[in-house]
Design a protein around this ligand. Structure first.
Ligand SMILES: C[C@@H](c1c[nH]c2ccccc12)[C@H](N)C(=O)O
Length: 418
C-alpha cells in the first residue's frame, strides 16, 4: 500500500477512474510543478492567505518551562486556521484539471469554511456536505460558508456527523467526477488524497524548519502538533521526515541532514474525558486513535481507527470538534507504528487549561484543537529538550462559547495557576 501496510485505495470500483485522474494531476502539477502550478499556489497563499506565518518565540511560556518555546502561527492564515493551505491548493488544482464544481465534507465546519473561501476566491461553485447534528451545533461556520457563496447540504444519515458527511461526499463524487473535484479535509481517504493534502500543508514545516534555523541557529529538539485527521500534524512534520515511499526524499540529496531524524515529533490526540473505551456501547469517550485504535479500513484507506470487536466504527468524542474523528491519516499510523512519530494525548481539561494559559500568558487565543498541543507542552516540557516548536493550528474565536460553558461546568480557574 502507500505507507507500509497503511493507505491504499479501498474504494468501490466506480471511484477508481477518479482516483487515477487525480493521481496523474497530483504528479504533474504538485510534484513536477507543470505550468507553474506550485508557483501560483505559493503566490496566492502569500497574497490571499497571508503566508509566510511567523515562527514566534513565546516569551512567557519559555520562562515558565525554562526552555525555548516557539509558536508556528497558523492561526494567522486567512480564515483563522491552517485549513486554507489545503483547501486553496485543491481548488486551484481542480481549476488546472478543468473541473467546474467543488464539493467537500465538513464536521466542525473549519474545512467547509476554508473550501468555501477558496472556491469564492477562485470563482468556482461549491457545495459542502455537513452532518445535520453538526449543522445545528456549528451555526457560525454554516453562516460563513453561505456568506462565501457555498451551498451547505445537511446530511441526515446515521449520527449526522463528519463520518456520514465524508461518505455522502464520496457518493456524490463517484457520479460527478467528470466536472467535479472532491476537496477532502484532511490527510485521510484513498491514495492519493493523504499525500496530496500533506504536500499542500507541508508549507507549515518547510517555513518552520527554515525559521527556527534562522532564529535559533539549529534544528529543534522536538516539534509538537495536535492530531485529529492529521493534516496540520503531517504538514508540520513532513519536512523533518523523509517521504516513506518516495526515494527522492530518503537520501542526503534532499539537503536533509542526519539531524532531521533526531527531531522528536509528538502528535497530540484528543484524550476526551477518558481513554477507556466501552466496546459494548461502541462509545469511545476520546479520539485518541493512534494510541488506542486498531488497524482497519475507513473512508478508503487502511489506517488505525476506533472500532468495536466486530469492526463497527465507534462514536468518538472530544471537547474540540476539529479533533473529533474515529480515524486518523494512514501516513501518521505508519509513522507511529515505525516509531518516527510519538503519539500522545491530553484530556479535555488539559486542553481547556491550555486554551486559557496561552490566552492569558501570551495574548493568543488558540483553537481548542491547538490547545491540546499546548496542554501536552505543559505536561511533558521536561522531556522536550531545550528548543521546542509548537504548531498553533488555528484561532480560538470559534470556541469561546464552548470554553466558557465548559470552564464553568468544571469549575476551572479561568487562568490556571502554576
Ligand atoms: C478536522 C476537520 C476535518 C474535515 N474533514 C476531515 C476528514 C477527516 C478528519 C478530519 C476532518 C474538521 N472535522 C472540519 O470539519 O473542519
Amino acid at each position: 500500500a502507500t505507507f507500509g501496510d497503511y493507505g491504499g485505495q479501498y474504494v468501490p470500483e466506480a471511484l477508481m477512474p477518479a482516483l487515477q485522474e487525480l493521481e496523474e494531476a497530483y504528479e504533474r502539477y504538485v510534484l513536477e510543478n507543470e505550468d507553474g502550478f506550485m508557483d501560483e499556489f505559493r503566490e496566492r497563499m502569500r497574497d490571499f492567505g497571508g503566508r509566510p506565518t511567523p515562527l514566534q518565540r513565546a516569551d512567557r511560556l519559555s520562562e515558565r518551562y525554562d526552555r525555548e518555546i516557539y509558536l508556528k502561527r497558523e492561526d494567522l492564515v486567512h480564515g483563522g486556521a491552517h485549513k486554507l493551505n489545503n483547501a486553496l491548493g485543491q481548488v486551484l488544482l481542480a481549476k488546472y484539471m478543468g473541473k467546474e464544481r467543488i464539493i467537500a465534507e465538513t464536521g466542525a465546519g473549519q474545512h467547509g469554511t476554508a473550501t468555501a473561501m477558496a472556491a469564492a476566491h477562485l470563482d468556482m461553485p461549491c457545495e459542502i456536505y455537513m452532518g445535520r447534528t453538526d449543522v445545528n451545533r456549528q451555526r457560525p461556520n454554516v453562516y460563513r460558508m453561505r456568506m462565501n457563496g457555498a451551498e451547505v447540504n445537511p446530511v441526515e444519515a446515521g449520527s449526522g456527523t463528519l463520518k456520514e458527511a465524508i461518505n455522502e461526499t464520496m457518493r456524490d463524487w463517484a457520479t460527478t467526477v467528470e466536472n467535479t473535484h472532491y476537496v477532502i479535509g484532511s490527510v485521510v481517504g484513498p491514495h492519493p488524497f493523504p499525500k496530496l493534502v500533506r504536500d499542500f500543508q507541508a508549507v507549515i514545516g518547510r517555513e518552520a524548519r527554515e525559521q527556527i534555523r534562522e532564529k535559533a541557529g539549529r534544528l529543534p529538539d522536538s516539534v509538537v502538533a495536535c492530531a485529529g485527521g492529521g493534516s496540520n500534524t503531517m504538514g508540520t512534520f513532513h519536512e523533518f521526515v523523509p517521504d516513506c515511499a518516495d526515494p527522492r526524499f530518503a537520501n542526503e540529496s534532499s539537503g536533509r541532514s542526519p539531524r532531521d531524524d533526531d527531531v522528536a515529533l509528538y502528535a497530540v490526540e484528543a484524550g476526551g474525558s477518558s481513554l477507556e473505551i466501552d466496546a459494548e456501547e461502541g462509545l469511545a469517550p476520546n479520539s485518541a486513535t493512534l494510541s488506542t485504535g486498531t488497524d482497519g479500513v475507513l473512508h478508503g484507506a487502511m489506517t488505525k481507527l476506533l472500532q468495536s470487536e466486530e469492526g463497527q466504527i465507534m462514536e468518538s468524542h472530544s471537547v474540540s470538534a476539529g479533533l473529533d474523528y474515529a480515524g486518523v491519516g494512514p501516513e501518521l499510523s505508519y509513522l507511529a507504528e515505525t516509531g518516527r512519530v510519538t503519539p500522545v494525548s491530553v484530556d479535555d481539561e488539559a486542553a481547556l487549561n491550555g486554551f486559557h494559559r496561552l490566552s492569558r500568558l501570551e495574548g493568543i487565543i488558540p483553537a481548542l484543537e491547538s490547545s491540546h498541543a499546548l496542554g501536552y507542552v505543559e505536561e511533558a516540557h521536561d522531556e522536550l529538550g531545550d528548543l521546542v516548536v509548537v504548531n498553533v493550528s488555528g484561532r480560538g474565536d470559534k470556541d469561546l462559547e464552548t470554553v466558557l460553558e465548559e470552564t464553568e461546568k468544571r469549575d476551572l480557574e479561568a487562568a490556571p495557576e502554576v
